[in-house]
Each structure stands twice: as C-alpha cells, then as structure tokens.
Ligand binder design. Structure first.
Ligand code: F6R
Length: 240
C-alpha cells in the first residue's frame, strides 16, 4: 500500500483529484468506482472545477457506486443516488444511464444483488475510490464480513448509524440496512484509492495499514491489493 500523508484536508483533496483525473484523462471511457460520504466531497468539487476550467469530458465515462440505503428511493434527498447527483454528476457531462448504483427500493434483495454482481462483472473498474469507516469498514462491509463477499444487504453497525446520523435530521431516520458492493469486488478494481481525514479515523488507519489482515478490520484486506494508494491527512495519520 502506497501511503501519502498530507498537511490537511484541502491537500488531501488536491492529491486525490490528481489521481482520479489522471485516470479520466488517460482513458475517456474509464470506469470509475465511486463512494459517498463526507471524505470525497473535496475531490468531487475539484473534478467539477476541472471540468469547468479544462472541459474534461465524462460523456463516455461509466461509474458504479459502492452502496445505497435500503428503503430509500433515488429521489430521496438522503439517498446515495441523490448525493451523487448533487455533489458530482450534476456538475459533469455524464449521462445518467452511464451511472450505476444499487436500487434501494428493490423488493427482491437477492435479485438486486445478483443484478449488481453481474453489472460489476461487466464493468471492470479502472479505479475504485473508497472512504474508511471509523470501525475499519469499506463500503458498508462491516467488521466480520467475509473477504470473498459479493453484493449483499447488511445491517449497519451501531457505530455506522451514529456516524451517519449527522446527515439526517434525527438518528431514528437513519436506515438500518443497506445494499453494498462486496469486498471481493472492491479487490477486483485495477487501482484502489482510499482517503481518510480527521483524528477519528486515526485508529482505523493504523489497523488498516499496519495491523494484521483480518476480516475484523475489513480495510486491512487492501494490504493485499497490488495497486492501492492511501491518502491521509496528518490527523488521520497520527497513529502511523
Ligand atoms: C460510502 C461508504 C462508506 C464511507 C465511510 C466513510 O459510500 O461506502 O464506507 O466511505 O463510512 O464515510 P465519511 O467519508 O463520511 O467519513
């Protein structure tokens, strides 16, 4: 795992944008695996700015997102589908049909997981962006998830519900279940770019990068990926 430590979140976002834009500019039909959450917001703002300033085209780019809350329609303002439109896609010239995410409203969970598995198989990702959960999760693969997992429905860990409550009016509104890409599929991406910012991630960063590779720390599997870059700010790197 290549580790880049930055002074602060702004520099982290600059470096992440360099890595992501290098992929987009090298191959205008690249497949991007994307994440939601607070951490990639600076990166997404830079991608939009780069498009405005340099005209980088996303007309042939395709994307696949990591996860979606179960029970939220794509029109719901807290859905990850909505998050992606608001924070990235609306600022690019990407075609909606080229963006992919699990359907949180799918009545048949097994069929939806099979659909997304087949889609990911047909769309090998050139780069997979990840944030890091304070409990070491990647996507919504919580501690204990088998490394061989494909797309599945998870019951979110209590710590994840608490972490995500800041984005809802009330913790009671945070969905308890989600569809998530599996660890096997994250590991299939050609490159992985994982970002972590802030002191509350320091423990998870240490376990991910320096601890044993264990299903109890899902992100530790990235030590086995042949092309994984971790970009951390000073606060998140404080235990390395
Ligand atoms: C988001 C996702 C999650 C987040 C992680 C960190 O699609 O899959 O694993 O990346 O929970 O979230 P933030 O960036 O909000 O700290």
């Amino acid at each position: 795992m290549k580790i880049i430590v930055t002074e602060n979140y702004e520099e982290l976002s600059d470096k992440a944008a360099e890595a992501m834009l290098a992929v987009v500019k090298a191959d205008p039909s690249a497949v991007l695996g994307l994440a939601t959450g607070t951490t990639p917001l600076g990166l997404y703002a830079r991608m939009i700015r780069d498009r405005a300033e340099h005209g980088t085209s996303y007309a042939r780019i395709r994307t696949a997102n990591l996860d979606e809350y179960k029970g939220l329609p794509a029109s719901h303002e807290q859905s990850y589908a909505c998050f992606m439109r608001k924070n990235l896609f609306d600022g690019l010239d990407i075609a909606p049909q080229n963006t992919n995410i699990e359907n949180g409203m799918a009545a048949d969970e097994a069929a939806e997981c099979a659909r997304y598995d087949a889609l990911l198989e047909a769309l090998p990702r050139d780069i997979q962006l990840l944030g890091l959960g304070s409990n070491g999760h990647i996507a919504f693969n919580e501690p204990g998830t088998p490394f061989g997992s494909g797309t599945h429905v998870v019951t979110l860990a209590e710590s994840t519900v608490r972490d995500n409550a800041r984005l809802f009016r009330d913790i009671a509104e945070v969905p308890r279940k989600a569809f998530t890409m599996g660890i096997r599929q994250i590991m299939q991406a050609r490159r992985v770019l994982i970002l972590a910012s802030g002191a509350n991630k320091a423990d998870a960063v240490r376990k991910m990068a320096l601890g044993p590779v264990t299903e109890q720390v899902p992100a530790s599997v990235l030590q086995l990926h042949p092309c994984c870059t971790l970009i951390v700010d000073r606060a998140a790197a404080s235990q390395l």
